[in-house]
Each structure stands twice: as structure tokens, then as C-alpha cells.
Design a protein. Structure first.
Lengths: 351, 351
DNA sequence: AGGGTTTGATTAAGCGTTTAATCACCTTAC
DNA sequence: GTAAGGTGATTAAACGCTTAATCAAACCCT
């Protein structure tokens, strides 16, 4: 005498319409042979009765869960929001849900996380692996988002080209003496970026690469990087391969009385959330996460489709890597190279 | 002639052992009546045959998907990674998966995202709502992570108390003239923090609150906040309610030649990822996300349990809000108040 | 007009679990 | 010796959906 239809199911609908459940199913999925008018009618009543198909039932029957797994090696990564948002959006557009798992940087846990997702029935996985980690062969489609150096299906930002872009931009501003700041020399991504920058420099330009990890292992965490001295020696631009490092450089220079961008330019990578709001706001290279996620999800669904048809393990679609161009975001922290001042006390406000 | 047992199911196991499927199910779940030896034997063969129960089947039968939905309204929020990580961990510990949905800041999309999760069969939802948004009544258990001012089940950091803690700490360092920096006066969270700070100040202390949004609406985005002037006028500590703002304050002061922490202290809130690595590293109040997530998930599972038993809608467990204390993280950006200098040009390095 | 094809719908089986109901058997008690 | 009770297992139905197989009726063609 109370709840009329708490949540109608396919049979309820069929009964109410006086047709069979199969017909309703066909009408809604557009698969079998149903007359156009009936389809119309069924869809209408389905909508107004608030019918929601049971995903578990569908999953059980079809063997597809309609869920993608997103494995973040380290969820605390500052780029995570961008990635998660983009992947979720792309997946939702294709009618898929996104299950997350995090391996908190622990390489052992990474496979654990992957397994959890597989047990939950994820149809395929998007993996953002921990640095230097390889994703082993699991029995399901996988797409990796990383630097383009993975034997699997990979989609990544074109870090090398990103480096070139920012290098060229800075050259066009008249800079000739580069200090390139990296975090860890073991990172593929960072090395790609550094390589890109250097490859864009002509013969008359100088560049020096410093790795924060190296310096800190000597002088302790949070130590000075000696940038002010380098600026005094003639470096006009500090090119960090991450906004994290760019911020650090920016503050060190400002503390040392070097005016940014008048006396020196600072640039970063990744366009992290605070990059627009610091002063001066950071010039940086942004990854096109939306495109990366779109491609990743598309490739994944492709593989999932293919998996359904192909029984023999031989005819899986060949692994493919795609590079997505990065975008230069020019803000206030970069500008023209200062007029040459040969270690004379120039017009710039120094100590 | 190839795959021996691609993925055994309950019946396969039962057949191999010569018992019924029901017995296997009971043995594994420990529910029915099965002899201890048989349980032992079944569990053993289950394990070594690599048996993985089908979640969809279980979900279909029991009506529980074993999945929690995580709704992030304000995905740009820098705390997002911490929250997601903590929730995922807490849920995984309880054998639950986490499905994410993002409403990209759009308030209309928020309900859409919630619905997507419900359609996917989420047993319950953890919602981190967009500022000023209320979560409407959906037919499932919900826990909200927000400032403690929501009519629903809510768990939140005790922002007010956090404000008091940092206020007291700064008082103990001798500070008496506070500038409190907020972003938007419409944020509950920020208001709580500001209120907490002020409530901790004795009569002989002065405080002034400035809202960045207000200043920027007059002077344009990224404008100066006039902090250097305030420092000259005697303010010795700049208390931001977010590390984002603290960073901005820090840079503005450093650019103006104010030494932090010698001439003035700067503190923030949230312990964002870069807070330890800027120079000087930021003193801040950290939320205990792990605890918050634990409580949120626990309360959610509780509600899900209760929902199973209680038929009458009346006897749902009463909404409860919990506050989790924040943790003071002392780093380099704060220190003792400088010795009094009555607008005379002190010993500090200025312009 | 009657055999073949097309169209629009139905029937029924099955996906892998859980669980209430049932059953056979063994104890125990009177 | 037999009824009552306990124990350890089985049977069978159900969860909600998809889909191949089937079927009845309408259509086409010569």
C-alpha cells in the first residue's frame, strides 16, 4: 500500500506495457527488430517511470562491467586532478565509469592496486606509472600515460617538443645564457624536457643543467641552489622542468634581489594550480590533458572491443604510442633578455 | 586444448571438489554450516586455483555493488589528491572500490555526477561539495566532507580549532599584531579558520582581516596586497587561511625586502604539496585527511548496513557531524616576533 | 494461391552468486 | 526403540539482464 514502484526493472516495464522483457531490452538498446512506434513508446514509458537498468545484471550477462580502472602511481602528484578530471570526462562521454586505485608511490603496491581493479571487473586500465616502473602483462587492455618510451600502448605529452617550444620562445626573447633546472636525473620525463630545450639552442647560446637532487644530497634539503650567483655571472633565464622547481627558483632570485622578469626570466612546466597566482605569474608549458585522456580512453575502448572479437591472442591490435603537443603559456615571469651588462653595476636594483 | 581454467567459478570449484556450489559459497563466506575440515579444504583449493569471485554476480544477487562513489565538486581544489588518496585507501581497507565523478566546478553538473554514480550502483557516496552547495536527498547513504555546517552526515576538519591552534602558537612566539589573509569571504571553511584565529587573540593583540577577492575586484587579479606597508606599520605576522595565499604573501614580502621569518612570520593552512619545498618552508595547519577519510568511510558503511536492515524510513541512524583536529606543522616561515621598532629604520635590510 | 522471405515479436536459457528451504543422517533422551 | 533435536550437506529459486532460437503473421514473387 506504499511504494508504488521503488525501482522498476525490465520485467516491470514489460508487464506494464504488455510486451515481453526481451522486446523492451531490444527497444532500449536498439539491437533486435522492434517496430519504430513500439520503440518510441517503450522509450517514453521507460523514461517517465524512471527506469534505471541494473549495471550488475548487465555486467554479469555480458561480461563487461562498463568500468575503467585508473591507476595512479602516486595520487598525491600535483597533476593528478587534471588527469583524473580528464579521464573521468572522457570515460563518462563513452558511457564508462572510472574506478580509482592508488599505489602511494610504492612499486609493490602498484601491482596490488592493478589487481584490485581487475578483480572489481574493470574492462581496461589507464595507468600512470611510477617513475621507472614497467607495467607487466595483465590479461586486459592497458593504456599507459607516461613519457613515450614504453613498450605498451602509450599516450603522452611530447615533452621533448615542449622543451623545444619553450627554448625557441626564450631565444626569440633574446636570451642566450640558459640555466636548466631539473629535479631528478633519473626521470624520463624530465630528461626529455631538458633534451628538448638544449636541442633548440643554437651554437652561440650556452646552457648549464643543474639537478636539485644532486645539490640537495650535498647541501641538505631546501638549500640554496646558487641561482643568484649564476644570474650575476650572466645567466638571463632559468628554465625549470617543473613549476615546482620554477617556483623555488623564482623565490630564490627574488630574495636575492634579482628582478623577475626584468633581470632574469623564469619558466616552468605543467601549469600547476598556483602557477597563475604567484607573483609574477609563471610562464610555463602545459600538457593538454583533455586530449591525452581522450586518446587514452579511445584507444582503450578500441582494445576492449577488439578483445571481444579476437579469440586468438595473436591478432591483438599493435601497440601504438601517441604524442600530444604541449602548449606554451606566457605569463609574467618571462620577458626579453636584459640589455647586456658586463658585470658592471647596471641599472637594475641589486642589493 | 589450451586454456585449462581461464577463470574458475564457484561451480567449477564445487565440481572439482565433489561438493555443491552452495557449500563452497558457505565455506568461503563462513556463513552456513560447513564442517571445519571442509572449510579448510575448500579455502585451500580455492586459493590455489586462483578463484576470483564475480563481483557483478554477487552484486546482482545481494543488491550491493561493493563500490563507493566519490564526488569531487571542486576538482581544482588543491587538496583533491589528498582526499582522493585517503578515501581510496580507507575504502580499499574495507573491501570497497571507489568510483569517481567530477562536476568540474559546475553546480548543475554536481547532481548529474551524483546520478551517474548511483546508476553505476554505488552503495553510498562521499561528497566534497562545491562551496555553498547543499547535497539534496538522494535515496542512498551520503557522507559529506566539508566544514561542519551541513544538515547531513558530515565529517570535517575542525577549522575553527585549527585557527585557534595557530593563533596560540603565534602568540606564544610573541606576536601581537596580526594580519589575517583570506581568499573569499563567502567560504565557510575560511570563515571558520579566521574566526578561530581571532577568538584566540587576547585583548592586547590587534588583528585585521583582508580578503583577496575584495582587493582584486578593485585592483585587478594578481595585484599587490599591500602587505609590505602593513609590515612597516607594525604587523609582525601574516596568517593566511590557505597555503595558496600564504605563498603569495611570502613572495610579496620577500620582494619588498621584508625578511621572513626574521622581520615577519607567514603561516598558511592545508600543507599543500609545495609548502615544504619553498624557501622558507611554510608553517601551516594540516588536515588529518587519513582520519577524516577513515571516519567518513566508516560512517558510510555503517549507514549502508543500517539501510539493509531498516525497512521503515523512520529509523535511519541520526545524522552526526564529527570534527577532526588539525595538526600544526612548524617550519621556517614562522618564528619569534621581531623586537619592537617604532617605525624607526631598524636593522633589517630594506630597499 | 501457395511457397519463400521479411518483419516484429516471444520464449527460454544462462551469466555466477547467495540463501532459504529441505533433506539425510547421527546423537541424545526417555 | 523411537521421537526429538542437531549437524552438515544439498536443492532450487532468484537477482535483472541479453541474446540466440523460435514462431506467427504479414509480405513478395511468379
Amino acid at each position: 500500500m506504499s511504494n508504488p514502484r521503488p525501482r522498476p526493472n525490465l520485467s516491470d516495464l514489460a508487464a506494464a506495457l504488455g510486451v515481453s522483457a526481451a522486446t523492451v531490452s531490444n527497444a532500449l538498446s536498439g539491437k533486435g527488430r522492434v517496430s519504430p512506434e513500439l520503440i518510441e513508446k517503450i522509450r517514453k514509458t521507460a523514461a517517465e517511470s524512471g527506469y534505471i537498468p541494473s549495471l550488475p545484471a548487465k555486467a554479469l550477462r555480458t561480461g563487461r562491467s562498463g568500468v575503467l580502472g585508473l591507476v595512479l602511481a602516486d595520487i598525491a602528484h600535483p597533476l593528478f586532478p587534471q588527469i583524473a578530471q580528464a579521464v573521468e570526462f572522457a570515460a563518462a562521454n563513452c558511457g564508462y565509469g572510472v574506478l580509482i586505485a592508488d599505489s602511494r608511490g610504492d612499486i609493490a603496491t602498484q601491482t596490488g592496486a592493478i589487481n584490485r581493479l581487475l578483480e572489481r571487473g574493470a574492462d581496461g586500465l589507464v595507468v600512470v606509472p611510477r617513475r621507472g616502473t614497467r607495467v607487466g602483462d595483465i590479461g586486459r587492455p592497458v593504456v599507459v600515460i607516461d613519457s613515450p618510451s614504453t613498450p605498451r600502448n602509450t599516450v603522452a605529452a611530447d615533452h621533448w617538443n615542449g622543451g623545444q617550444q619553450i627554448g625557441q620562445y626564450l631565444l626569440s626573447q633574446g636570451h642566450r645564457h640558459f640555466v636548466i633546472i631539473g629535479g631528478s636525473a633519473t626521470s624520463n620525463v624530465q630528461n626529455d624536457r631538458v633534451g628538448g630545450i638544449r636541442s633548440s639552442l643554437p651554437a652561440d647560446a650556452t646552457s648549464e643543467v643543474i639537478w636539485i637532487e644532486d645539490i640537495e644530497s650535498k647541501n641538505g634539503k631546501g638549500c640554496d641552489l646558487g641561482l643568484v650567483a649564476k644570474a650575476r655571472e650572466g645567466a638571463t633565464v632559468f628554465c625549470a622542468v617543473s613549476d615546482l622547481h620554477a617556483l623555488r627558483a623564482l623565490m630564490e632570485l627574488q630574495r636575492g634581489g634579482i628582478d623577475v622578469p626584468k633581470a632574469a626570466s623564469v619558466t616552468g612546466f605543467d601549469d600547476l594550480i598556483w602557477s597563475p597566482v604567484v607573483t609574477p605569474s609563471l610562464t610555463t608549458m602545459r600538457m593538454d590533458m583533455a586530449t591525452i585522456a581522450d586518446i587514452a580512453v579511445a584507444r582503450l575502448l578500441e582494445a576492449i572491443e577488439a578483445e571481444g572479437g579476437a579469440k586468438s591472442p595473436s591478432e591483438k591490435p599493435e601497440p601504438h604510442i601517441s604524442s600530444v603537443p604541449m602548449q606554451l603559456v606566457i605569463r609574467q615571469s618571462s620577458g626579453p633578455a636584459p640589455v647586456r651588462r658586463l658585470s658592471t653595476s647596471g641599472g637594475v636594483a641589486v642589493l
